[in-house]
Design a protein around this ligand. Structure first.
Ligand code: ATP
Length: 493
């Protein structure tokens, strides 16, 4: 219990968002795919995966291995075989519908769609007469209908009442989501109080309405107006929503069914949402809190935000040894580039700077935490760049032939400009050329030799040549045993 409380206390707001987002994704996938075959197969694959995990935990090597292979293969097969179904499920009319739409909303829009269709017919001056029977049998009142068996859709209604369609005359009977008859003749109303401009279509609508409990929608070919007739009244309607509302009211029995259906659906969706939350919470805990693992890694130190006026002269360490812990799944999936140790030099000053390696300087992937770091501090020495004029000397090696002496040496230029850290430059008094072997000299002459710039953090100013010219003069020695006139620098070789 105490442990559980401890775990709860370590949960961050990001973790809650993590669980909620993924639960919602799972829930949406269920909503979009639940009536598809792909969904049933997906549930099968998920069950296989659970069984495989159980088999693995029980140590059933062959079973778990076989199930793992089947699950992987099935996942690929499902995508290939059901690609069309998957495409259809993901094909929402708009993003809002994709992220938020539900089948309940689609159901509501079926009546709305019907109402919209009548108004569109009105706009196109397409006469129409649609009968929505109530509970009473209409067979005694209507005549001449042609049986029809088609699902109600905008296209279907439009094509039935299209003026050149042989069955456009008369009324269409709509029961549930089906058009059951077309070309039906309705009894004409004998009322004398109807407006005189009402012709036979409107009289037929009023006639059936007053003799039965049916609701009749009439679209005027002449005026494009949509009217509804029910019992003793017939009146023009100005908005599709109103027609939809009257239809919903009229389809009371269906409406009740609809309410029950909606309740059942709501229950199912709520259960699915809760299940998604439970599953994702379990997965999250399994993933982030399962089997705490300790790991040690060496990570290079990044020195960032160096003030441009400074150069980094020296650092006490180039990498740190980190001891990390986290759930085994997260630790195993960790990639090196997800671990960063950064030292911010923005506030560093010239000379020695000591930085403590704290939680802030160590960036780890979510769910992985650090136990210890070694070293705990890093020393960084910063220096200001400077330029110094330094003399160049020839690095003579070996000996001149015994009969020669070096009488004169001239280095051109004799001094060069060197750029580097001020502290380093302070200790640099001479630069040498690459070694020049005396043994190869037989007469006076000229050489072009590169300059060695040391330490390596220094460099020659951009105006300087990387080589110097050495003009040297040798003379014949008077006595073979006399020492050479030039005093070459002692070096190896
Ligand atoms: N008894 C009836 N039952 C069903 N439909 C009928 C009946 N009598 C006429 N109609 C339909 O009404 C059409 C004739 O409409 P008419 O112009 O006479 O009526 P209206 O009420 O003025 O309608 P609109 O405003 O569309 O012209 C016919 O082509 C036929 O489709």
């Amino acid at each position: 219990m105490k442990n559980f409380l401890n775990i709860l206390l370590t949960i961050r707001w990001q973790d809650l968002v993590d669980i909620l987002v993924n639960s919602y994704i799972l829930f949406r996938l269920y909503v979009l795919f639940r009536h598809t075959n792909a969904f049933r197969i997906l549930v099968g694959i998920a069950s296989l995966w659970v069984i495989q995990e159980v088999a693995a935990s029980l140590g059933l090597i062959l079973t778990s291995w076989a199930l793992q292979a089947i699950t992987a293969a099935a996942a690929i097969i499902i995508i290939v075989v059901f690609r069309n179904e998957i495409r259809t499920a993901l094909q929402a009319r708009n993003l809002k519908n994709f992220l938020w739409g539900s089948p309940l909303m689609e159901k509501t829009s079926a009546v709305q769609l019907l109402a919209d269709t009548f108004f569109q017919m009105g706009k196109k001056r397409m006469g129409a007469l649609a009968v929505f029977p109530g509970k009473e049998d209409l067979s005694e009142l209507v005549h001449g209908g042609i049986p029809w068996d088609g699902r109600v859709s905008q296209e279907m209604l439009m094509s039935i009442f299209w003026p050149r369609n042989p069955v456009h005359d008369g009324a269409a009977v709509i029961e549930g989501d089906k058009i059951t008859q077309v070309g039906v003749l309705l009894p004409l109303s004998q009322r004398t109080d109807l407006p005189t401009f009402y012709g036979t279509r409107h009289r037929a609508a009023a006639g059936l309405a007053e003799r039965s409990d049916a609701l009749v929608v009439v679209v005027s070919e002449e005026r494009g107006r949509v009217s509804v007739a029910k019992q003793q009244w017939i009146r023009p309607i100005s908005k599709p929503e109103e027609v939809a509302h009257l239809l919903e009211d009229h389809l009371g029995t269906d409406h009740e069914k609809d309410v029950n259906y909606r309740r059942r659906e709501m229950g199912k969706l709520t259960l699915a949402a809760l299940l998604s939350l439970v599953i994702m919470t379990a997965v999250w805990f399994g993933f982030t809190r399962g089997g705490d693992t300790l790991i040690a890694v060496d990570v290079p130190i990044e020195l960032v935000n160096r003030p441009p006026q400074y150069q980094i002269l020296e650092t006490s360490a180039n990498k740190v040894h980190l001891q990390l812990h986290g759930s085994s799944a997260l630790v195993k999936s960790m990639r090196p580039e997800q671990i960063n140790v950064r030292i911010d030099l923005s506030k560093a000053e010239e000379g020695r700077n000591v930085f403590a390696l704290t939680q802030e300087s160590i960036q780890l992937p979510p769910g992985v935490f650090f136990n210890a770091v070694s070293p705990t501090t890093v020393e960084v020495v910063l220096d200001v760049p400077a330029t110094k004029s330094v003399p160049v000397q020839v690095d003579w090696t070996g000996r001149l032939p015994d009969d020669l002496i070096l009488t004169e040496v001239q280095v051109i230029p004799s001094e060069v400009q060197v750029v580097g850290g001020k502290t380093i430059l302070k200790d640099v008094h001479t630069l040498y050329t690459t070694p020049v072997r005396l043994g190869t000299i037989t007469q006076s002459g000229e050489l072009s030799v590169p300059i060695i710039v040391s330490p390596s953090s220094l460099k020659l100013a951009s105006s300087e040549n990387e080589r110097v010219r050495i003009l040297f003069t040798v003379a014949k020695r008077a006595a073979p045993t006399a020492p050479p006139a030039g005093k070459p620098r002692e070096t190896a070789g």
